[in-house]
Design a protein around this ligand. Structure first.
Ligand code: WQD
Length: 358
């Protein structure tokens, strides 16, 4: 059985679904700080299987001890954490406590329960500001410029020490580039509780008429059109990488890091134009100054994941944008109930059944 911490969140819920579809048993630990139980109801609807659920905080040792006693967990996927960069600058202790403290607490409870297989959600932010692209796993360009990124790097260091101290551990560190997209059913997607700070969720709300214009943070970067370039990866490809990692970890020990990205970079304007072509909607732009802490460009060399995990990202940018837009239209208010009759899920079902299968 797999414990998925943060299993009701954006990435976690897609991972739970993929695990259930692969025939694994799953127990979710989530405190619903930035997620909704509705995500798990929809996972159940799509998979026709039910994950077990423990509502609680990853920082709470007794919750974890109790969970490991009740469920025969043999591996953990650890998604639970905070991820808003700007917020992390204002509330550093909360970020270190949740992301680093939560991970340490989880590892202590795992060791106590005799569970030593762990997949950790890290981020390409650990590489800092790199000039040479693409970025491979050995690259070291500096340090993350905010507490969120620091908390990921610090947790990686804790895990490395742990694996060095005790060879029972088998740990996969997955460095995500920019996860986007949604389940093609329109039932699962990203549902931020606050105004989104990431590009695609913000763009979706502008296209849906909930926000007036998309701020574009800087058009004077040394990139072909002056806007920031990133490696956007479909959430389904990302979670497929987790299942491949789990298979690898089950036959190895030690710690290893893998990039999960497509290896392709798109600028903000390229992404906006592709979205406009797909949706038929024109997106009003609001040119702004550069956002503090942003890098000009960032894309992955994902060769190691291909060679060692047999993993590659298969879905292109159009698919990411199409699935994200489908989710947004079907769930304009995310997982919260829409005003008026019916629920967002009902609308998603109707729209999904009207769409041709890909
Ligand atoms: C992408 C590009 C922005 C919003 C961050 C974290 C990373 C990861 C994902 C967690 C950049 C531009 C953005 C907007 C814009 N963490 N942009 N207008 O900054 O690459 O990565 O989120 O979940 O660790 O650092 O992602 O989506 O915020 O920005 O022009 O309203 O879009 O400047 O070039 P980022 P992002």
């Amino acid at each position: 059985m797999i414990l998925v911490t943060g299993g009701a969140g954006y990435l976690g819920a897609h991972a739970v679904l993929a695990l259930l579809e692969a025939g694994e048993e799953v127990v979710v630990l989530d405190n619903f700080a930035n997620s909704s139980p509705e995500a798990l109801r929809r996972v159940r609807r799509i998979s026709r299987r039910k994950p077990a659920l423990v509502v609680g905080d990853v920082r709470n040792r007794s919750v974890l001890d109790d969970l490991f006693k009740r469920f025969p967990v043999d591996a953990v996927m650890h998604f639970a954490g905070l991820k808003a960069v700007g917020e992390s600058v204002r509330q550093p202790l909360r970020y270190y406590d949740t992301n680093v403290g939560g991970s340490i607490n989880l590892c202590q409870a795992m060791a106590y329960a005799g569970v030593f297989t762990l997949v950790f959600s890290s981020s390409a932010t650990v590489y800092g500001d790199c000039q040479r692209m693409p970025i491979d796993e050995q690259t070291a360009c500096g340090h993350p410029t905010n507490p969120y990124g620091q908390s990921k790097l610090m947790t990686e260091q804790v895990l490395a020490s742990l694996a060095q101290a005790d060879d029972r551990w088998s740990i996969g560190v997955l460095r995500y580039f920019n996860p986007v997209g949604a389940h093609p059913s329109g039932l699962l997607g990203e549902s931020p509780k606050a105004v989104p700070s990431n590009l695609l969720p913000y763009l979706l709300r502008v296209a849906g008429g909930q926000l007036p214009a998309l701020p574009v943070f800087g058009n004077d970067y040394p990139t072909p059109d002056g806007t920031g370039v990133r490696d956007y990866i479909h959430v389904l490809d990302l979670v497929a990488g987790h299942l491949d990692t789990l298979a690898y970890l089950r036959r190895s020990s030690g710690i290893r890091a893998w990039n999960l990205g497509t290896g392709l970079g798109y600028s903000v304007l390229e992404l906006v134009h592709a979205f406009e072509r797909i949706s038929g909607i024109s997106v009003p732009l609001d040119m702004r100054e550069r956002r503090p802490g942003d890098v000009a460009k960032c894309w992955a060399d994902a060769t190691r994941a291909r060679e060692e995990l047999g993993w590659v990202a298969r879905r292109d940018l159009d698919t990411m944008l199409r699935d994200a837009w489908h989710w947004q239209r079907a769930n304009p208010t995310g997982y919260s109930k829409m005003p008026g009759s019916g629920t967002a899920a009902k609308v998603a079902d109707e729209r999904a059944s009207a769409l041709p299968l890909r």
